[in-house]
Design a binder for this molecule. Sequence first.
Ligand code: HEC
Ligand SMILES: [Cu+2]
Length: 433
Amino acid sequence: MFRKRPHRFAPAVLLAAVVLMLAACGVEYPNSTFNHTSDLNTAIDALWDRLLFLGTIVFVFVEVLLIFTIFKFRKRPGGAPAKQIHGHAALEITWTVIPALILVLIAVPTVRTIFKTQAKAPAGSLEVTVIGHQWWWEFRYPSLGITTANELYIPAGKTVNFTLQSRDVIHSFWTPQLGGKRDLITNRTNYLWYTVNADLAENVFNGFCTEYCGASHANMRFRVYTVSPDKFESWTKRQQANAAMSPMASVAPEVAVASVASSKAKAPATTLAPATQRAVDGYVYPLAQMPKWTLPQTPVPSEIKYDNALLAGGDSARGHEMVANTKNMGIVPCLTCHIIRGEYTTMGLKDDVAAGPNLTHVASRHTFAAGLYPTTPANLARWIKNAQVMKPGSLMTVLGVGEYNPMLKKTNGSTALDDRQIADIVAYLMALK
Ligand code: HEC
Ligand SMILES: [Cu+2]
C-alpha cells in the first residue's frame, strides 16, 4: 500500500515536518550563540548569516538540478541510450568560476573579521585577567585591585580585554551568549576582547570551560553579570573593601598593605579593632533577578550528613577566630589555601600563592565551587565538611570529622572540624559579604 501510493502520505509527512520545526520556536535558548549581544558575536554572526545565505542558494540550486535530472533522464522502457559527450569547455569554466567567486565572497569578510578580532584591544579597555584552575575560575581586575572567583562583573558598553592564563592544564573560556571562546594555555597568554551592548545592563549569562580539563571539567562554570557603569563602580567599591570582621575592615586596602609593609608592627593601633564589622555596601546583582537557567541545579549529595538546625547557632566571631587566627584548628588552616584580604595571616600576599579562591567577599557571590551550588549556609557547611563528595576531584581538602579523604586514602580523625565548628565557620563566611 505505502509502496504503491507514496504521494498519499506526502501531506502527512509534510505536516509532521512543519510541526517539528515550529516546535523549535518559542523555546528559550539561554546559551545560544546566535545573539547580537556584543561587537564580537555581531561580527561573527554576520559571517554565519552570509555563509547560510550562500550555502542555501547552492543547496537549492544543486538539489533542484539533481531532482530534475533524475526525473527527466530516468530509464524508460524502450528508451534510447543517453547521448554520450566528452568535455565541455564553457561548462567547466563556469563551474569553476562560480564556486571561486563564492569562496571570495566568504573569504574576504572572514579574513577581515579574523584580523579585527585578533587585533590588540583598544586602549582604555577594562583589563580582566582570567586564570583557569582545576576546576574553577579566578578573575582579577589588576587596575582595580580586585580578585574574585567564578562570578565576573563587567560594565555594559565598555570594552573588556580578557588576559587568559592557566594555573595548570588547558582550559577554555566561553560565554556562549557574549562571545568567545578562547583557550587558556599553560605557560602562554591569550587575549580576548569584546564590548557588551550598552542596553544589556542588568543581565546575567552562563559561562563554561570548553576544554576537557579533568575530573570536574563539567563542574567548571561561571556567571557573567553585565551591569551599568554606575553599578559596576558600586560593585567595585564593595570588592575593594577589606574583609568584614578583619582587623583592617575599616581601612582602605592600599593603606592596610602599605602600613604593614612600612612598619614592623602588625598594624597601626588605631585600626586594631577586630570583629568590628564595617557596613558593607556596594552593588551586587539581585538574587531575585537571576533567570532560572543561571541558578545552579546540581543536587547536593546526600552522603554528607549535616543537621541544618546547627547552622542557626553558628557564631561568626568564633568562626572568624578559627579561620583567620587559625584557633582550635586540628586541620590544614583555611588560609593556607585562601586569601582573605584584611586578615594579618594573608596580609600582603600575592594571589598567586593561593591554591583556592579569594574569600574576601565570598558571600557576595550567588554561587560557589565554580557555579555548582547556590551560596547558602547549608551548602557551605557540606562543602567544608567534604568538598570531595560535593565536587569530584576538588583540590580543597576534606575537613569534617569522620569524613573520608580519597586523596590521602584515610578517614579524618577527631581533630578535624565537628559540625558545630563548621556552623561557626559558615556563619563567618556568610558575613563576608
Ligand atoms: C588545601 C587547600 C585548601 C584548604 C586547606 C581549604 N580550601 Fe577552600 N578551597 C580550595 C580550593 C582549591 C577551592 C576551589 C574548589 C573548586 O571550586 O573546585 C576551594 C573552595 C572554597 C570555597 C568556595 C569558594 C568559591 O567562591 O567558589 C569556600 C567557601 C572555601 N573553599 C572555604 C574554605 C574554608 C572555610 C576552609 C577552612 C575551613 C578551606 N576552604 C580550606 C582549597 C582549600
Ligand atoms: Cu577547565
